[in-house]
Design a protein around this ligand. Structure first.
Ligand code: SF4
Length: 224
């Protein structure tokens, strides 16, 4: 069924693209690199997770090295990235699953899968949710999906693209689907990366700088 796009979606996409120039936030072309990068970023600031990922890649330049490395050692390598035990266990379990499924640690076979198959497979991996799955698809598999991170969710609600289905501030899997449906596929990459830039610089969680905002005339400022 056809769903109308979100209000002012074209204008907002264009204004944000002009302002932030589709900066891709250091995301990776290789889908497995991207998945590890996203896991490193969970609940950490940009500076911290960029360094955690660099440290990890220096210690494990080949993913197959992880198969026989104890969780404790992997955890030590990414220790200062935070949540190291959960992340180390997830990465090791992912590598094990990929070797079992594809014969080696790779996500390359996903290039031949449909969007639905990709999302389903990625979301079935240990520690991988819908947002991480869609990040891998968007950045590394060139799929037109819309991952909803904290910045995208906050801005979408403030501008008035109402996809909240509950009173909580959390974005559920259903909310992510509803929001993605409101955004025409060709706009999804640009809008995602530029909403992250906008959320970090202007539409911050506390004290958003509405006076300096390039989309202020399209924004309903819900909740402010
Ligand atoms: S006008 Fe304010 S609330 Fe709306 S997007 Fe801009 S900074 Fe955010």
């Amino acid at each position: 069924m056809f769903k109308p796009p979100a209000p002012h979606i074209s204008e907002i996409t264009q204004k944000l693209r002009k302002e932030y120039k589709d900066f891709s936030h250091y995301n990776k072309k290789n889908p497995l690199d991207e998945l590890v990068f996203i896991l490193c970023s969970v609940k950490r600031s940009e500076k911290v997770y960029l360094n955690a990922y660099r440290t990890f890649k220096r210690a494990f330049p080949k993913y197959k090295m992880l198969a026989d490395t104890p969780v404790r050692k992997v955890s030590q390598v990414i220790a200062w990235g935070g949540l190291q035990n959960q992340k180390a266990m997830a990465v090791k379990a992912i590598i094990k699953t990929l070797i079992k499924k594809f014969g080696k640690p790779t996500l390359a076979p996903l290039k031949k899968m449909s969007d639905e198959e990709c999302e389903q497979f990625l979301s079935s991996l240990p520690g991988v949710g819908k947002k991480a799955a869609r990040c891998v698809m968007l950045y590394s598999l060139e799929r037109q999906v819309f991952p909803v991170d904290t910045h995208c969710w906050r801005i979408a609600n403030r501008v008035g693209w109402n996809t909240k289905t509950h009173n909580s501030e959390n974005c559920t899997a259903k909310n992510m689907d509803l929001l993605q449906e409101l955004i025409p596929p060709p706009m999804r990459f640009s809008l995602h990366v530029n909403m992250i830039s906008h959320g970090r610089k202007i539409c911050t969680a506390r004290s958003p700088k509405c006076n300096a905002c390039v989309i202020t005339c399209y924004c309903s400022k819900i909740g402010l």
